[in-house]
Write a protein that binds this ligand. Structure first.
Ligand SMILES: NC(=O)c1ccc[n+]([C@@H]2O[C@H](COP(=O)([O-])OP(=O)(O)OC[C@H]3O[C@@H](n4cnc5c(N)ncnc54)[C@H](OP(=O)(O)O)[C@@H]3O)[C@@H](O)[C@H]2O)c1
Length: 286
């Protein structure tokens, strides 16, 4: 993708030509003629919580590839810096910060810093991990184990989504993308409190959307099935019971999850709010 000066090669906030989805042609002597297609998230500032993780990292890279300036927030700075390094070496713009996404004051302070530095927060995405006891019957589970993922998921999504909503309603625009999982609608697998945690995230998507829509802010959700690439070493046999439930005979790919997050955050999804996109590969039918 050419820079605004038309010179070939990465420009700040953009990836190398081979990574761009936009069409450009006639690269001669280091100059490239632009065909005029825009990246989907050009001039957007995106905060990604849990950006060093599998989902968060993939989404952060995809946001950057589509022209967003990404602010990577998470628990372990060294891992965030590694993701930021990859994004920058591809020509994107990324900054990192250690932020506990469960801590309301820390998240608010980080968001204030991002807004002051970048001028706005246009996209917020929370991909932090939620620990849950699974693969045991509810009747054998302790109340504490059942409640832990519900409390954690509600806490972090409430904290990050309402923090973003405060900035976005003040500026009159923005998109908040929440992440649940097919567990929200499942009955076949023993997911413990994780199912309720995911259902809570989806309920929050709807209630917050109802409060901020008239102020120009969209709140949308992603509901992926288990995504094997996020667990290196997982075998086909390990996931066979999940694959069996799907209509497509497979589970989602990380690129499909990240690409859908880009779509939800983009103007192309401008008519969508209070909705959760189903990436179950047909395991859950809406
Ligand atoms: N993986 C899947 O197949 C799948 C499918 C559907 C939905 N999801 C959802 O996607 C989310 C992320 O999954 P994942 O597979 O990407 O997990 P992951 O690879 O373990 O990444 C989670 C990231 O969150 C960070 N984190 C954890 N607690 C945090 C906190 N309090 N504050 C800030 N950062 C924190 C972790 O930090 P460290 O780097 O320090 O560990 C890690 O980088 C989960 O909520 C899960 O329900 C996942």
């Amino acid at each position: 993708m050419p820079g605004s000066d038309g010179v070939c090669g990465p420009a700040p906030g953009r990836l190398a030509p081979s990574d761009c989805t936009a069409v450009s042609e006639s690269c001669e002597n280091g100059r490239r003629k632009q065909k005029g297609m825009r990246m989907q998230l050009e001039n957007k500032n995106a905060v990604v919580y849990g950006a060093a993780g599998s989902m968060g990292g993939a989404v952060a890279r995809a946001f950057a590839r589509e022209g967003a300036r990404v602010f990577l927030a998470g628990r372990t700075l060294a891992k965030l810096d590694a993701v930021a390094g990859e994004i920058r070496s591809g020509g994107g713009t990324a900054e990192t910060a250690q932020v506990d996404a469960m801590d309301q004051l820390a998240v608010a302070s980080h968001a204030d810093q991002v807004a002051a530095a970048a001028g706005s927060i246009d996209i917020s995405f929370n991909a932090i991990s939620i620990s849950a006891v699974q693969n045991m019957p509810l009747v054998g589970m302790s109340l504490e184990d059942f409640m832990a993922p519900v409390t954690d998921a509600c806490r972090t999504h409430f904290v990050t989504a309402t923090t973003a909503a405060r900035h976005m309603t003040a500026q009159g625009s923005g998109v908040i993308v929440l992440l649940s999982a097919t567990a929200s609608r499942e009955s076949r697998h023993q997911m413990g409190g994780f199912s309720l945690a995911c259902a809570c995230i989806e309920a929050l998507t709807r209630s917050l959307a109802g409060e901020v829509g008239r102020q120009g802010v969209r709140v949308v959700g992603l509901r992926p099935n288990f995504t094997p690439e996020t667990y290196p070493g997982v075998s086909d046999e390990d996931v066979s019971s999940l694959v069996k439930d799907t209509l497509l005979g497979r589970l989602p790919r990380l690129a499909e999850v990240a690409g859908t997050a880009v779509y939800l955050a983009s103007a192309a999804a401008g008519a969508m709010t209070g909705a959760v996109i189903n990436l179950s590969c047909g395991a859950i039918i809406d």
